[in-house]
Structure formats: structure tokens, C-alpha cells
Ligand binder design. Structure first.
Ligand code: NZQ
Ligand code: ZN
Length: 388
């Protein structure tokens, strides 16, 4: 049975090759002092930075910049950004980049006018903002996280070796996002496929929870099928616009709060992957890929019915003459084959995890209770060892 919920997504989207042309109109809604945030330089190389600066100048904005936002943005970088935003009296934040840049922009937006320490308030105590929030708009350059249409903001604290996400509410979600699949074409293939698996896993995290026959599961299956189809085309030809645009659109729907409505969700793969990320600083999607199969094979008996459905509906496994367990196993094998076809990293040791890190990674793994089995710490260690 679907539970009670309210649904409202405040992010306005502009999608397609002409989508940046709407930025000028959007900028009219916000103050003069704009804080432009971007990453390590890809936007300068591919010319997007110049296009954005031109639009900002034509819109008579005073532009301050934060550059060098790294993948898995750090707490130190957040403090630096808050300082720059305060010094420049920033009234609007424009994030141009992937999930890291968009997440970071949201973290800055809730911290500029906050008198508390943001790490303690948002990432340790999980409190909601009670200060003025600086509005954020995004121009997305990488498909994966869904950050363009959600309230997520993941920050890594290297000192305490913790990578934690806070999912903020409507007030923090981007006011608008520009999604032009062309901008994702310059992504290195490693990042493209990591993003594809991130999308797949966002859907799985919401799908592998609960046993109700609800609409969300049908939406999830359609999203997964579209993603698998498009990923195979993009893997062969990364410049295929149709495939890249479908991947970008699927990424947004995979984590824009819709499919989770009215149902329970898991998120245990993300908790494992984030803790691996805190120790290795590895690419987010690859950390998920590396822990997924040991995790899903472990919980499969506890959620057998759903794993059978997954095998049949998503991977077209023929159930004739097979036990439920065999069907479910075939489904996971089909997913494994697809992951290998894409060249995803299947071991955390390949991401820099070493045996002596296992205990610490387990300690940093937040245990969720929405999946088919609430893991014990020993089980987390076992899954991590199987992921080595
Ligand atoms: O920094 P630049 O030079 O831009 O390079 C980036 C970065 O090195 C590059 N890149 C991005 N767009 C490009 C490009 N290179 C060439 N051409 C382009 N068009 O790709 C690299 C990775 O970018 P990043 O933003 O780090 O990747 P992603 O979008 O996967 O974001 C990862 C972050 O998002 C968090 C992750 O934990 C991680 O910190 N997540 C956020 C979520 C959310 N908001 O809901 C949910 C996710 O599960 C995830 O946890
Ligand atoms: Zn993710």
C-alpha cells in the first residue's frame, strides 16, 4: 500500500540543445551579486565557462567565482566557499558542473547565513536550515547524481574520514536546472559509465525495499530498461546524442524524489560506497559498482520476491523450470554481465581500498533500516571483504 505523502518538486528544468538560452530570463529573478561555482577546469576547456560569463555580463551581474570544486567536495572547500560568498554578499549561486559542483553549491547556500558550524549542524546533527538560504541554479555537465533536481548535498570530511549526505528540502533544491546533453559529451568515458551506474543504483536503492505492488516499481523498471538500453548504445558510441539525452533524463527521474514517494527505500549500497569514498576518494559511481553485487547477493534471500521480479521484468530472465532462487540469481548475473560490459570497477581494491582500511570503512558506514535485511557490523565487514 502506498503511504501518505505530499509531492512537490520546485526545480524548473530546461532540457535540450537550446536550454542555455533560458538562463538570461531566469537570472532576472535574482539579485545582482552572483556567485559562479565550477570544478577543476572542464568547463573552461569545453567553452561553457565563456558562454556563461557572456550571459552573466549581458545580464549586468557582478560575478564572484569559486573554482576548483573537486569530485567529492571537502569540508575545507565548503568553509572557503562560505567565506567568498560572505565577502561578496552573494545573492544567487550558479553551479556549472557535475553532481559535486551542484551539491557543493547547495551546501554553501545553507551555510552563508548560518551562525553554526555547517558540518556539525547539517552533517552530524542532521538539522534543517533555520537561516536565509541563498537560491541556487544549476547548469549540469555530467549525468548521474540527480543533484540537479533534488536537495542532496554530499560533503567529505577527510579529517574524520566521513563522507555524509544531507538531503535538504524544497527550499534548498535548485530553483532551476539547465540540462543540455551536449555538455556531457566531453566527459571521459570512465566518468560517463560511473554516472550510468550511479543512476542504476539510485533506482535499485528505491526499488529493493518493501513488497507492495505499487506504481513506483513500474516506473523504476521502465527507467532501468531505458537506462540499460541507452547505456549500451553510449558505451559503443559516446557521441550518440539520443542515448546521451536519454541517460541524462533518466538520471534526473531516478533521483528527483518521485519514485520514493509513498514507499520505503534502502540506500545501503550508497552508505557502503560513501564510506569507501571517504577512505579512497574514488569516483562515486565506481564505489557503488564495487560493493553492489556482494551486497545484493547477500540480501537476495531476504527479498527474494522482488529479486525474482527484477530478473524477469528488467533482465528478461525466463523463469520456466527454475526455482525462484535460480531466477533471482540469473537476474543478478545479468546485471553483473552488463556492468562488466560497461567496464565498471567491480572491486574496492581497484579503487585503492586496502585490507587495513576495512574496519574503518565499516565504522564509517551508516546502517539503514529500509532494505530487506538490517545489516550488522560483522555483515558489513563480510560484504566489504567480498568486495576486495
Ligand atoms: O571538475 P571538472 O574539471 O569539471 O571535472 C569533473 C570531475 O573531474 C568531470 N566532468 C564533469 N563534467 C564534465 C567533466 N569533464 C569533462 N566534461 C564534462 N562535461 O567529471 C569528474 C566528476 O565530476 P563530479 O561532479 O564529481 O561527478 P558526479 O556528477 O558523479 O558527482 C559526484 C558527487 O555527487 C555526490 C557524490 O557522493 C559525489 O560527491 N552525490 C550526490 C547526490 C545527490 N545530490 O543526490 C546523490 C549521489 O548518490 C551522490 O552521492
Ligand atoms: Zn549515487
Amino acid at each position: 500500500m502506498l503511504g501518505n505523502f505530499s509531492y512537490h518538486n520546485p526545480t524548473k528544468l530546461y532540457f535540450g540543445e537550446d536550454s542555455l538560452s533560458y538562463l538570461k530570463d531566469e537570472l532576472k529573478n535574482y539579485g545582482e551579486n552572483v556567485l559562479l561555482i565550477y570544478g577543476g577546469g572542464s568547463v573552461k576547456k569545453n567553452g561553457l565557462y565563456d558562454e556563461i560569463i557572456t550571459i552573466l555580463k549581458e545580464s549586468n551581474k557582478n560575478v564572484a567565482e569559486i573554482s576548483g570544486v573537486m569530485p567529492n567536495p571537502t569540508l575545507e572547500k565548503l568553509y572557503e566557499g562560505v567565506k567568498i560568498a560572505r565577502e561578496n554578499n552573494s545573492e544567487f549561486i550558479l553551479a556549472v558542473g557535475g553532481g559535486s559542483v551542484c551539491d557543493y553549491a547547495k551546501a554553501v547556500s545553507v551555510s552563508v547565513h548560518c551562525t553554526d558550524d555547517p558540518w556539525q549542524k547539517y552533517y552530524i546533527r542532521f538539522e534543517e536550515p533555520d537561516c536565509k538560504i541563498v537560491p541556487v541554479g544549476c547548469v549540469l555537465t555530467m549525468a548521474g547524481t540527480g543533484s540537479e533536481m533534488n536537495g542532496g548535498a554530499v560533503i567529505t570530511n577527510h579529517e574524520s574520514k566521513l563522507k555524509i549526505g544531507h538531503v535538504f528540502g524544497d527550499d534548498v533544491m535548485p530553483k532551476f536546472s539547465v540540462l543540455n546533453p551536449k555538455y556531457t559529451m566531453t566527459l571521459p568515458k570512465y566518468q560517463m559509465t560511473a554516472g550510468i551506474y550511479d543512476i542504476m543504483n539510485h533506482i535499485c536503492e528505491q526499488y529493493f525495499s518493501g513488497e507492495d505492488d505499487n506504481t513506483s516499481d513500474y516506473i523504476s523498471e521502465a527507467l532501468m530498461k531505458s537506462l540499460i538500453h541507452a547505456s549500451r548504445i553510449a558505451n559503443e558510441n559516446p557521441q550518440d546524442y539520443e542515448a546521451r539525452s536519454n541517460i541524462m533524463w533518466t538520471a534526473t527521474w531516478a533521483l528527483n524524489t518521485l519514485v520514493a514517494k509513498g514507499k520505503t527505500t534502502d540506500w545501503m549500497v550508497h552508505m557502503l560506497g560513501q564510506s569507501v569514498g571517504a577512505y579512497t576518494n574514488a569516483t562515486h559511481g565506481m564505489t557503488l559498482a564495487a560493493v553492489s553485487l556482494p551486497y545484493y547477493r547477500f540480501i537476495m534471500p531476504y527479498g527474494l520476491k522482488k529479486f525474482v521480479r527484477f530478473a524477469k521484468e528488467v533482465w528478461n530472465v525466463n523463469p520456466d523450470g527454475k526455482t525462484d532462487t535460480q531466477v533471482a540469481q540469473e537476474g543478478l548475473t545479468a546485471m553483473e554481465n552488463w556492468m562488466k560490459e560497461l567496464g565498471l570497477v567491480m572491486k574496492i581494491s581497484e579503487l585503492g581500498a586496502t585490507d587495513d582500511m576495512i574496519e574503518g570503512i565499516a565504522d564509517g558506514t551508516i546502517i539503514m533500516d529500509g532494505g530487506y535485511k538490517v545489516l550488522t557490523r560483522d555483515e558489513i565487514v563480510q560484504i566489504l571483504k567480498e568486495s576486495m
